[in-house]
Design a protein around this ligand. Structure first.
Ligand code: FES
Length: 110
């Protein structure tokens, strides 16, 4: 696992997100109201909706297209919907630096 610095937690609004562009596509990094940070592929598992434009509540995001709810920790759609988007490991350092855990081949541009 490689860890890539993708900025500071304060760069991400609470209940919001920011996008990292990688050679695997766009990765949405979300910050919840309790300052947890999660990273998932920015494509909804239903029809590819832009999850970063969704509404964050608890540790889930609601897709803006058809309202599927995606669990940010697992990337899985909540029942009754079924599907999963890729999730990534995230670590927040004491100074607020957000580190994204990726395989060696990933290049990311914050
Ligand atoms: S594309 Fe996300 S709910 Fe349909």
């Amino acid at each position: 696992m490689n860890w890539i610095n993708v900025g500071n937690i304060n760069d991400i609004p609470r209940l919001g997100s920011r996008i990292i562009t990688s050679d695997w596509g766009k990765i949405a990094i979300f910050r919840t109201s309790d300052d947890q940070v999660f990273a998932v592929n920015n494509r909804c598992p239903h029809r590819g909706g832009d999850l970063a434009q969704g509404i964050v509540h608890g540790h889930t995001v609601t897709c803006p297209l058809h309202n599927w709810k995606i669990d940010l920790a697992s990337g899985k759609a909540l029942a009754p919907d079924e599907g999963c988007t890729r999730r990534y490991e995230v670590e927040v350092k004491e100074d607020g630096t957000v580190m994204l855990g990726v395989k060696a081949s990933l290049k990311a541009v914050a």
